[in-house]
Design a protein around this ligand. Sequence first.
Ligand SMILES: *[C@@H]1O[C@H](CO)[C@@H](O)[C@H](O)[C@H]1NC(C)=O
Ligand SMILES: *[C@@H]1O[C@H](CO)[C@@H](O)[C@H](O)[C@H]1NC(C)=O
Length: 314
Amino acid sequence: MIMVLLSVLLAVSAALLSPRLAGASTELQSVLKNTHGGNEYGYPTDFTRGIMPIPVHSHNDYWRDIPFFTGLSKGCVSTEADVWLYNGTLYVGHDESSLTEERTLESLYINPMLDVLKRQNPQTPFVTSPTKNGVFDTTTAQTLYFFIDVKTAGPETFQAVIAALEPLRQEGYLTTLTKNQTVTSGPITVIGTGNTPLNMVAPVADRDYFFDAHLDALKEDTQITSLISPIASTSFGQTVGRVSYGTDGTVLSDEQLETLRAQIKLANERGIGARYWETPYFPIRTRNAIWQILLQEGVALLNADDLDAVAAYF
Ligand SMILES: *[C@@H]1O[C@H](CO)[C@@H](O)[C@H](O)[C@H]1NC(C)=O
Ligand SMILES: *[C@@H]1O[C@H](CO)[C@@H](O)[C@H](O)[C@H]1NC(C)=O
């Protein structure tokens, strides 16, 4: 049996190598071209196949031509929506002038997320118990951080956010805290920021939303734990001040690096991930040097506006 297989294999490889069969490669090319899209060449969860997650926050995601999906296509594990509450509806946009009837939290984020997660968690005869795959087909356990930046009055708006998450909640797609002690990672981890009131998050023992604490104030805010704030953020510029690319190739002074290092270390010791916004985006070598330092020092997420550049960087 083995001998037969072996001789078949040898015959096949000889045939493939033989110049007399050069026509076969044209045929093969034709097969490759024409089978594309056939049922047997797709699989249920292939929507995000091949995308490698990168530790990047798609900053001002709602500004992109196609919010959510663009960041997803680059592998960003974190996204963001600014929300405004008017007459019971949460609209998404950077300021009042950019809001429209159509651009809502539901239409731009909740529904697309549900759609992707339903594709990643198909119900077929082969799946015998419910799955909780995340949005990335390559790394199904990877959660997607979803920062919701509350722009209008905190208590009312965040209450509406909690209600708006219901479709994701019902499917079991949210990361949860139970009994104030156990975090169960789910496909989407919601983190309230902007006007989100800390007192609508921290005291709640059973919830599926978290709080973006001030990274620069963690030392004083000793009550902030990773159960409240899986990620804490602050402004890069306010933390380290101005940076410039030195003639010796360094971009931060020893003092600046020390400040950054201490802040990230303190957060990480408490199980809290660090994120800096307003990192320099120009000149490019300064931007890249800062990205490298931040990753080296252990930030959880890089904040990026130019997703093509950051994807290429990784
Ligand atoms: C909210 O409702 C009021 C009363 O119906 C209406 O006048 C107003 O234009 C609405 N605002 C928005 C942003 O839809
Ligand atoms: C949950 O834990 C937080 C942080 O330790 C605490 O402030 C809060 O009071 C606790 N909530 C309940 C309901 O026990």
